[in-house]
Design a protein around this ligand. Structure first.
Ligand code: C5P
Length: 222
């Protein structure tokens, strides 16, 4: 069977990575979480006290930063210059600053180059904000996942509580809306549905139902 590329885009906390991981597993494809790459860089920049508005300095740092995504039993490990930052990059400090780092042209150009290299041989499920529009414009399957802010915040809230993390639904709603705004309004490669992407509103769907829809699209095109 032909190995294809599957691009999954959408706003924050729309469930992209959850379904992307399952689809990749079912197809025995590699899964690339591009958000984790921006998060890894942001973590390092915060730790080093770098001004997140300083594009030049961040660009220089990225050149010297190796970001690896390694598959594990239950997802993937994120290594920044050899250091495992898988859980650190999910913290609120990184989450609330990553969109500032991700708006810079120099950063995006380098990240897109790296992401395209991951997909060279096909057989990839990649999720992010600009995969269908910029990273893999020729992907055989393009999906744009949507859900209301209310629903996305509820899901994240439930996830946090299940993990025993402190969580405030109203704060989550405000943070998700703020990140969407920055990601949609930035000049370079803003969050936008590709013209040829299939839109799936997941608000009233289960994870399995979303996976089924994407698998059906993949089967049509392999
Ligand atoms: O997908 P995730 O929520 O982990 O992404 C974190 C942030 O990284 C996004 O809010 C966005 O600012 C940035 N991002 C991006 N382009 C991508 C993936 C993520 O700008 N392809």
């Amino acid at each position: 069977m032909k190995k294809i590329s599957i691009a999954i885009d959408g706003p924050a906390a729309a469930g992209k990575s959850t379904v992307a991981k399952i689809v990749a597993n079912k197809l025995n494809y590699i899964y690339v979480d591009t958000g984790a790459m921006y998060r890894g860089l942001t973590f390092q920049a915060i730790e080093r006290g770098i001004d997140l508005q300083n594009e030049e300095l961040l660009g220089q740092m990225l050149k010297e930063t190796e970001i690896l995504l390694e598959p594990t039993e239950d997802g993937q490990r994120v290594l920044v210059n050899g250091r495992d930052v898988t859980s650190e990059i999910r913290g609120s400090d990184v989450t609330n600053h990553v969109s500032i780092v991700a708006k810079h042209k120099l950063i995006r150009e380098e990240m897109v180059r790296r992401q395209q290299r991951f997909a060279l041989n096909g057989g990839v499920v990649m999720d992010g904000r600009d995969i269908g529009t910029h990273v893999l414009p020729h992907a055989e399957v393009k999906v744009f996942l949507l859900a209301s802010v209310e629903e996305r915040a509820q899901r994240r809230h439930a996830e946090n509580l299940a993990k025993g993390y402190p969580s405030d639904l109203e704060i989550l709603k405000a943070e998700i809306a703020a990140r969407d705004k920055l990601d949609s309004e930035r000049e370079v490669a803003p969050l936008k549905k590709a013209d040829d992407a299939v839109e799936i509103d997941t608000t009233a769907l289960t994870i399995d139902e979303v996976v089924e829809k994407i698998m059906a699209l993949a089967m049509e095109r392999t």
